[in-house]
Ligand binder design. Sequence first.
Ligand SMILES: [Fe+2]
Ligand SMILES: [Fe+2]
Length: 400
Amino acid sequence: MSGDPARFLNSFAQALAAMALYKVGHPARERALDAAYQQIQDLQADTARPLFTFLGDEVVFGRLPLRELKAWDWGKRLAQAGIQRLEFEDKVSREEFEGFLEEVLARLTLSVISTEARQMRRSSIRFGAVGLKGETELAAEPLPTATISFSLGEEVDTLRWLQKEVQTGGAVPLAEAEAVVRSLAVAMHSGRQVILPLLQLKDFDQYTTTHSMNVAVLSMALAEFLGLAAADVRGFGIAGLLHDIGKIKIPLEVLTKPGRLTDEERALMNEHPAAGARILLDVEQDLDLAVVVAYEHHIMINGGGYPALHYARDCHQASKLVHVCDVYDALRTKRPYRDAWSFEKTIAYLDERNGLEFDPEMCTVFVRMMKQWEGQVTVLSDTATPIAASPAAQTNQPRV
Ligand SMILES: [Fe+2]
Ligand SMILES: [Fe+2]
């Protein structure tokens, strides 16, 4: 079969998408990789050194613009990830091809790639930014993680999409939730010390998305601070990311209402933990931890909060952990009905409610972590919502 550059790029993108979704060895992933590998071999049968250039909307093969790929958004995404040029100098092995795709994917999603995959990749596939001096040699080297910059833009888009899916009656796409969490974990470890990439709210309407990302980051940070293993840390990240998924059923007018909620609105709001747990129970895969956390994250240690417990019982450790992170992020964020609280004021509140609302151990460790890691918080997105230090009316229990 003769090679076709557009067909190759489409199969290349499909392989990247499959790799983002499925683990090594999964048949869907292997199939997509095989198909793309076949396409590059077909292409190389006609063209010795296929060269692609990605320039904004334009995809160029050699010197030929590929008009059929005008609406292909991967070109833009690749260019934005610093891959503006892609050249296959020589025949490549299947392993090499896969290793290369993993690296592209890592650039696109900040996914973790194994060192073996990096070492396996030899230099016959070159990629990098157009016009960069010594570009190919330099760019083909694996980048030290510390230099990878991130905006979490893709992760936010993915989470927003995920929430829309659930809103329109779909099941929770767990693979995407996991990809977001993995990506957040990589971003947290992209420096020499742990960093806490926290998003600043741009738009009140987007609160649940921004807040869920932040609670995922804080939950993973606290789990890590407590010494949990990486896989468990990610489990807490998933639970943090999905803790408020039940809110997608609440109308935006209620979520962003500046004034006091009516009794009906309050009742609706208080249903989100049970609604979230139900949504997560519908997912076929094992999401027990996230289900429990969605259900319990507003239950206080003194029995207060909601949903009301029929008999006094202890909540799961993960729920207690997410609860502290949840309240911290909520208070630190400007809402339609109150200003953002300062770091000091928020910490003082947590201390004051330690043992009443919050589990003493979780709360104490969280406060210690935040004091220790305060300097490692990276606030992302230059938004018009500054974190104001102005005091809000002192009430015993702020609306979070
Ligand atoms: Fe909540
Ligand atoms: Fe929350």
